[in-house]
Design a protein around this ligand. Sequence first.
Ligand SMILES: Nc1nc2c(ncn2[C@@H]2O[C@H](COP(=O)(O)OP(=O)(O)OP(=O)(O)O)[C@@H](O)[C@H]2O)c(=O)[nH]1
Ligand SMILES: [Mg+2]
Length: 353
Amino acid sequence: MALFDKFKEKVSSAKDKMSDKMAETREKVGTAVSNTKEKLKFTRLREGLTKTRTNLVNRLAGALLPGRKIDEALIQEIEEILITADIGVKTTTALIASVRNRVRKEGLDNAAELYDFIKQEILAILQQGRDGIKSLDDAKPMVIMVVGVNGVGKTTSIGKLALNFKDNGKKVIIGAADTFRAAASEQLEVWAERADVPIIKQQQGADPAAVAFDTLQAAIARESDIVMIDTAGRLHNKTGLMAELEKISRVMKKLRPTAPEEVFLVLDATTGQNAIQQAKEFTKVAPVTGLILTKLDGTAKGGVVIAIANEFKIPVRYIGVGEKIADLQEFDPAEFVNALFETEGESEESANA
Ligand SMILES: Nc1nc2c(ncn2[C@@H]2O[C@H](COP(=O)(O)OP(=O)(O)OP(=O)(O)O)[C@@H](O)[C@H]2O)c(=O)[nH]1
Ligand SMILES: [Mg+2]
């Protein structure tokens, strides 16, 4: 009997050890997977920013050569690089002022010393206005209304976010409140199917506010975590569109006074300074709480992210660095700046190409 007990004890301790080992392995695999995912995300971000890097960072690096003297000609060269990289006059002027200040204060004379300084200043700009960012769990359901002019990427961004949120265990529902454009709700429906999330829609020409109302009502009944409302994108200077957006908001407030918790303005980075103009127009009439910058992959004008962050103090929440689902990334200022400024290996890559 005692022998049998001993045997049992041995087996059970071996089992414990094995399950400890398995848990350890699972944890290791989990960490490895998430590390690989992070690396992949960074690689995609870095790739997506290639054109902007060439236009901004490589030119800066070319000007700020070790040993080059800091003089007026150099400062003007930096200024020109920043402006032509779509950082905008206002933000460039501020950046140049802090460069001059730094040079004077620290008595710098080697151009290379300015490279890291400019990188840090850009990071500081991108970090503005991010303290108040709401967590997705701050409301249930969290209502996100997505606005922006036509073609900027509202519908695709909603589709990608729906998939993203769902993968993270959230219960999502989307409302097709763009009832103006033919086939708009069909396009959203394709995304809803792909993400396997419910969609509330009505026929073309229906009242968008009614669709939004129905969506929120359904979300409350189904205990959804996140509601995303797609809206029409006709020209922003049409007072009709602004009135429509205002009505969608107002009607949702009948169900819950705090809805929509988030209003995300989508801007197409390829439009450069035009995106700034759109941000001006929309923020005048809508309580924009966050920005989505799309199509950074297709443009050398990515510097516009810096201009927008500086001028509007509204946090950039997501950026699009490609057409794939995983290419809509949560914006992280430090990661963005590192990906943008990471030029190491690039000359090797191009030399090997
Ligand atoms: N390369 C690239 N293309 C994108 C990105 N985001 C959106 N697009 C493309 O931009 C085009 C327009 O996207 P939509 O989502 O239809 O734009 P929308 O704002 O909903 O447009 P309307 O409904 O007409 O107002 C599509 O072909 C998308 O695939 C991105 O980050 N990178
Ligand atoms: Mg759309």
